[in-house]
Write a protein that binds this ligand. Structure first.
Ligand code: ADP
Length: 477
């Protein structure tokens, strides 16, 4: 049953729910109406019985032989409660029938009612013969000073006919109303779900080649509109990721092709006129150089790919920032000295953070390397660490040519270089360094900010979150 139900369409299920709800409401309503009308009609019959009693009692008399007689005396000249329809019995207190006036022959009656049991006011419904239901009221009365019990009857046929009609009309109308509700529900559901169909049709047409297409959104304020909005936003993000991926692949292929072309060219020249061992040695030397560049590039690409691929959190360990900065300074001292630059470390010895040392080191190495590359000779490069408002700030500042504000975001994209020609000739990389820095910092839960302007030098600041800060820990250097 459940499987059958789940195989049906949403509009079909909605229509069934709608019909079931309508059926339930109709049943409850019909039952309520029936009860109210039945109660009203019964109360009306009881009221009539009381009037009958009040009419009959004063018209009863006892003759000289002690027999009870009924004399019709219409109080206003009419006979109101006519001789024909008058239906009552008069009983003595010792259960002796004194007078019976029935409009139906007594012989037809299946069960003549037994004498009254109690001399109190009571109402009852009895079936006198097949399908002849009557309402009976018994009430003590007095006929010329003699105590009697008067029993008045009223036929319930009319009331029962009305109630039967209500039931019949309800039974006839019920299936029709439920069927109408089902059809109406189906039509409403079809109409309401039409945008969903349109969305499904359009979504089927969207492939990786047509990611710019969007789902139709007729009303962004309703539930389906919100779904379309969310889906379209997802498509926008996907499109951006795809575009980035395509750009990355194109850039990577381009960067890989340059050294390969150079390798091939040098090889071909050597093959053609390679008789001189000295020249051959030089050729092999430059080929190895190109091979080394290729290896470096592939290594960097691998580092990036690994960072993107792993979703696991960084390895947390206690890192003394001052010690790390000094270690990096020692590593780059020779390179800086070649340009007459000085590297200075400024840090409290007790700035310690819980972080992935390898990733933080990788980021700082790239930043210091860039600073040396983009700073003039005999300038100073500072490596600093301090407690910031929300954690620990580690910065690398130089007094180089700086970066124009419009490139502050872009420099973190893979393969982006502000000045490709200068970067290459100046011994720069392929534009992957800052992309690696950004990923490394973000995987450590931090963020990187650049403060720079043209010819104002640059400050790259890494903000590590406070949760990774262990204030007051002893320095390890
Ligand atoms: P590259 O491998 O070329 O160094 P990066 O991703 O490290 O690539 O840097 C991207 C670009 O950002 C560089 O080409 C350079 O133009 C600019 N840049 C990076 N660091 C600095 C800096 N300290 N001073 C000025 N420009 C910088």
């Amino acid at each position: 049953m459940k499987a059958w139900w789940l195989r049906r369409s949403v509009r079909f299920r909605l229509a069934l729910w709608y019909a079931a709800a309508t059926a339930l409401v109709l049943c409850a309503f019909a039952w309520f109406v029936f009860e109210v009308i039945e109660h009203r009609l019964a109360a009306e019959i009881d009221r009539q019985l009381r009037i009958d009693f009040d009419l009959v009692e004063p018209q009863l008399s006892v003759d000289t032989q002690g027999r009870v007689n009924w004399t019709v005396r219409g109080s206003h000249g009419d006979e109101g409660f006519s001789r024909l329809s008058a239906w009552f019995e008069v009983w003595s207190e010792n259960k002796e029938l004194l007078l019976r006036h029935w409009p139906v022959p007594e012989a037809n009656i299946k069960d003549v009612l037994p004498p009254p049991q109690k001399s109190t006011l009571s109402f009852a419904t009895v079936e006198l013969e097949r399908a002849l239901f009557v309402r009976v009221m018994e009430r003590p009365g007095r006929v010329q000073g003699r105590s009697v019990i008067i029993r008045v009857f009223r036929d319930e046929a009319e009331m029962r006919r009305i109630l039967r009609e209500i039931v019949e009309v309800s039974l006839l109308g019920f299936p029709l109303a439920v069927a109408l509700a089902a059809v109406g529900g189906y039509l409403i559901a079809t109409r309401s779900l039409a945008p969903l169909d349109a969305m499904a049709r359009q979504a089927r047409r969207i492939t990786s080649e047509s990611l710019s297409k969007r789902l139709p959104n007729l009303n962004p304020n309703d539930e389906l509109g919100r779904l379309a909005t969310v889906f379209n936003e997802t498509l926008t993000r996907l499109e951006a990721s795809f575009a980035e991926l395509q750009r990355f692949t194109a850039d990577a292929s381009h960067e890989l092709r340059s050294p390969l072309t150079a390798l091939r060219a040098v090889g071909e020249v050597a093959l053609r006129d390679g008789n001189d061992p000295a020249m051959l040695r030089e050729t092999i030397g430059s080929m190895l150089e190109e091979a080394q560049r290729l290896t470096d590039l592939v290594d960097t690409l691998l580092t990036l790919a690994r960072m993107d691929a792993t979703t696991a959190g960084a390895m947390r360990e206690e890192v003394n920032i001052a010690a790390l900065l000094e270690e990096i300074r020692d590593q780059f001292e020779v390179l800086a000295a070649e340009k007459g630059q000085t590297l200075a470390v400024m840090s409290d010895h007790n700035v310690v953070v819980q972080t992935d040392r390898m990733l933080l080191r990788l980021a700082l190495v790239n930043l210091v390397h860039n600073a040396i590359q983009h700073s003039p000779s005999h300038s100073k490069i500072s490596l600093a660490a301090a407690r910031g408002a929300s954690g620990v700030d580690v910065s690398v500042s130089d007094s180089g040519h700086g970066i124009a504000p419009e490139y502050h975001e872009k420099i973190f994209e893979p393969f982006f270089r502000v000045d490709k020609a200068r970067s290459r000739s100046g011994g720069g990389g392929v534009g992957l360094g800052l992309a690696i820095v950004k990923r490394a910092v973000e995987r450590n839960g931090g963020r990187i900010i650049v403060e720079s302007g043209s010819n104002r030098g640059s400050i790259f600041r890494i903000e590590l979150p406070s949760s990774s800060q262990l204030a007051g820990s002893p320095a390890t250097t």
